[in-house]
Every structure is written in C-alpha cells, then in structure tokens.
Design a protein around this ligand. Sequence first.
Ligand SMILES: [Zn+2]
Length: 450
Amino acid sequence: MTGNDWYDRTANGATGCVGDTGVAPVAFGGLRGRERHGPKNLRVPTLADEMRRQLPIPPRVVSVAKKPRSAIGLGGHAGTVVWVEDLGVIATSDAYTPAPWPDVERFARDRRPARDYGETWTRRLPLAAYRFEDASPFESTPGGWTREFPHRLVSPTRSADRAFVEQWERSPWNDRLVTDLALHLLRSRRLGRGPGTDFLGLSLSSLDHTGHAFGPESHEVQDILIHVDIAVGRLLQALDRDVGPGRYTLALTADHGVSQIPERLAAAGQDAGRISSTDLRKIVDDLATTLVGEGPHTMLYSGNQLHFTAASIDRLRKTPGAFDGVRAAIEAIPGVARVYDAAELASSEPTTDGFLAAWRLSYVPGRSGDFVVLPRANWIVSSDRATHGTPYDYDRRVPLVLFGAAVRPGRYSEPASPADIAPTLARLAGVRLPAAEGRVLAEALDARER
Ligand SMILES: [Zn+2]
C-alpha cells in the first residue's frame, strides 16, 4: 500500500491507486458516471478475494464506501463494490459488473447526495457535551462555511455541484448514505443468512474530510464521531436482527490518526509548523536545474513522497554529488527531520531506525517516490489545516475492535495493527492468507479458534 497516488512513469502522469483508464463507469440512479476506477493496480488478493477462491460455498461480497479506493481496497477484485463519485453519483465500474445491480439501483433512485442539498448540520448533542472551543481561529472555513456550527450543505451556484459535494463529504450525511446503502444490501443480498460465510465491508470517511478542515479538537470532528457511534449502533442492530447475534464477527479500525493543527501548537509555544509542498518542490527543482540542467524534475509530492521523472533521477544519480546535494537541500528545509531515498527504502539491511522500518513496509518499487520526506513531529507538509501520513504516535495509534462470534471479550495489551485484521478474520472464515503481513490476533479469540 504505497499511497493514495503515485507518478506513473509510463503514462507520464499522476495516477490514483485505483485509477484504471481501461474501465468504464457504471452509474446508478439514472445518472451518468465519469470516473474510472477498478482493482487493476491491486497486486495481492484481498481477504474477500481469498474467501472467493478458497471457500467451498462462494461468499457474497459487498463493499461500500464514499471513496473508490476504500471500497475497492476492502472488496478486492470482484463483488458488489460501490462508491460515490466526486460529483455525487453513486457508481461502480465495469470491472465489477456490466450493468447496474437492481438493488443498488433501487436505493440510488431515491437516495443520492443531491437529495441532501440544503440540509443544515447542527450539533447532535447539547453544547456542553463537546470539549474545546468551536470557533478556534486555527480552523479553516472550507467552501464558505464558518468555523462554527451550524453548517449548511449548499453551493454558491445553488446546485448540487462539486462545491456542494465537498460540503456533503465532510458532513454526517456522507457516512449516513454509506451506512444506509450497506444496510440495504445486507438485506437485499441476505448476507449471513445462507450456509456459507459472506463479507460486508464499509468505510466511513466523513471523519477524514472533517479532520483535514477543522483538526482533531474541533466540535465538527467530535460530532462526526458521535454520528459514527450511531452508525455502528445501527449496523449492530441490523446484524442482530437480520443475521443473528453470535452469527457474525465484526472488526472496526481506522487507517490513520491525524496531526494537530500546527499553528495551534506553535501559538502555544511548541515546536510545530507547516511546509508548503509547492515551496519544497521549487527548492528541489531549482537546485536540480542548477546541478543537471533543465527539467522537468519533480512530478508529484504526495503522502510525503517526492517523485521525479525517470530522466531527471537518472541524471542526478550520474552527476557526482548531485543526488546527495538534492537530498541535503530537502533536509535543510525547516521542519524536515530526515529524508530517505529509494535505495534505503528498498534495502533489507537491518535498521535501528523505527521510522525507516515503518516506511519500508509501504515501499513498492516503481510506484513509491524517489525520496520520502519525514517532517519533524507536529510539522506537516500540507495546505490542509491538519493531516496524517507520518510514523508519529498521533498518526499511527488507531482503535482496533473485534466483536461478535468467536471473539473473547477483553482488553489486550499486546501490540496489534490494522494489518492483523485480515489474518484474524481469515482464520475465523477458514481461509489461508499466506502472503499477509499481519498476525492472527489469537489472544482475542475463543480457545477453539486459536
Ligand atoms: Zn486524509
């Protein structure tokens, strides 16, 4: 899992991790799809893929998310995999089905983001239930919203355009639609009611969008989490009713935490700050031009990875001192802690540097950047108010909850990771995952399942 996107040297452009120009969109609700997403770039099978391959009774696989990469990453190479396009169209692609699934179509006929136009987001609980202040001066005012509740889901054009969908994405309505669609398919596909084991995946992304704009201490983030709690409650109720208590196992986690808003910490006298990726690239491009001649040199800065054209990196390596000079220049930027190059990331040499060890897990030759930039703690390389993507505690500590059949209730102090979920669920489903990086969380399973 190298990142959300990378620089594709063959196509000479940035590509999303689930981008696939070879597929066509399949849209629901009588709308037209425009985006092209599919599992082509997935090089390993997902848990759902292995369930399909190994189980004697084929599983029904449903994966629903707002973000295509979340739906596809959970579902894998086949199944009912549904996402929401940037313009609010509920969609999949012909990588999964040649024609709209009738049950998704029924849902999308009366439910789509545009139906939420004009809604007003207010706090779910009384003001006293929220910590910190609502109108922190360090929060952003995304798309015309103020820093304080209430927030209206509207657009300056008075239509359900991209500006509206951006408001919708960071509101509770995003998670609500994804949850409602998952519950709709739980029923229509009769998941968990047949003789085999089925798979339902859903990803709730309102928190990510909100966290970027308002930071982790905001009332908006707290309110989204209250709504997530309600969504999980609805999911459990539906599973108990439609599948039955003790007949399903659920795993809940998050793919990352989030930084504080650096300006907020800096105002309190802490070492914190922001690096502009545009400035960073300009420093590197200017120096590379001086060292080896005209570019293009850098092509993409994404997920703290800096990607160069193949020709540029080749010239930098062949010119004595040039590669190291560029690296030293990045390391000299205030707020940068360390820079790793592709050779260090690809190496299997033992290292005592835990950050390097962590970055190596995400290194994919041909996809990862030529340099990884590690900012100092509480520094971010982003124009978002807050962001994630470092190996610091605030980014990497996430909840991990197992619940239901074969789970031994308790709190466990052994180190555990979201990567352990697939091997654990695979054990319960009777599926082998020989290539998985994680471990079976045996300490949390009933004795007969260990
Ligand atoms: Zn994010």
